[in-house]
Design a protein around this ligand. Structure first.
Ligand SMILES: C[S@@+](CC[C@H](N)C(=O)[O-])C[C@H]1O[C@@H](n2cnc3c(N)ncnc32)[C@H](O)[C@@H]1O
Length: 260
């Protein structure tokens, strides 16, 4: 699973990994499920004309849907290759190349903040106060991420990927909650009282992937080595050339608190 926080000097948790694989990222990262967008619409967060700031936008997997819904989007993305792809794909988006921690955001300039599969890369002690200043009163911060592998669904391919991951010598230290620990992430997002919980939802979905798609997608995972990606790709070939993958996408929405 792609769930590791940044840790200086450890290539397994390198936030610039995605940028080195920008081409594969744009081509192979799957979109988010329709049910997630429906939920955001139901919550009134996808209204045309809203001004959204998106942190860690990558090549625009979430950005495109925000733009399509009529929001005006400012995207923050530290990877220059990803930022370039995002600009080329969605020229109407304002792209700030740099980290969320260093981004200069206008005070009360946004009605919505979004972090799609990027919250675990952010230093929330810096980012939450910054967002609190940048959002207008009553606005929301929507945070979601895809866990690539639903732990409740066993498949022969997941057994094979489990064997690959199980051979790793040691997992790097992880300061943040697990990717499916939504209560843990709500605690992180509401710590300090700048944001309050609105809702938590979990979307389960599946996708069929061929060997080339598994190779491309797994190459974008920051904690998978090239040899491990090859092994996972071979597992797909061994299993007949395609696999059904079951994914989980938790969505947490928090609201900007009026105080402090
Ligand atoms: C797993 S990708 C998610 C990209 C995209 N939002 C998506 O939905 O696929 C994580 C993204 O966070 C970016 N990132 C890493 N550290 C960051 C930081 N400190 N501030 C903002 N973005 C960061 C990476 O460059 C990468 O584009």
């Amino acid at each position: 699973m792609e769930n590791l926080p940044m840790e200086a000097g450890n290539p397994m948790v390198d936030p610039m990994h995605f940028d080195r694989w920008a081409g594969a990222y744009e081509r192979f990262r799957p979109p988010y499920p329709d049910a997630l967008w429906e939920r955001l619409r139901d919550l009134g967060l996808m209204m045309p004309g809203k001004r959204a700031v998106e942190l860690g936008a990558g090549s625009g997997q979430a950005t495109a849907a925000l733009v399509e819904a009529g929001l005006s989007v400012t995207a923050v993305e530290p990877g220059p290759n990803l930022a370039g792809r995002l600009r080329a794909r969605l020229p109407q988006v304002t792209v700030l190349t740099g980290t969320a921690e260093e981004a200069e955001l206008p005070e009360a300039g946004f009605d919505l903040a979004v972090a799609a599969t990027s919250v675990h890369w952010l230093n929330l002690e810096i980012v939450l106060p910054k967002l609190h200043r940048a959002l207008v009163p009553g606005s929301s911060f929507a945070v979601w991420r895809t866990a690539f592998g639903d732990p409740t669904v066993r498949t022969r391919f997941r057994e094979r990927t489990g064997q690959i991951v199980g051979r790793r010598r040691a997992a790097p230290a992880r300061p943040g909650p697990d990717e499916l620990d939504t209560a843990g992430w709500v605690r992180e997002l509401t710590a300090g009282g700048l944001f309050a919980e609105v809702s938590t939802d979990t979307f389960r979905w599946s996708i069929v992937l061929g060997a080339d798609e598994v190779h491309g997608l797994f190459s974008t995972f920051s904690n998978w080595s090239a040899a491990e990606v090859e092994e996972a790709t071979q597992a797909v070939r061994d299993l007949g050339g395609s696999v059904t993958e079951h994914y989980v996408t938790p969505l947490i929405v928090v609201e900007r608190a009026a105080f402090p």
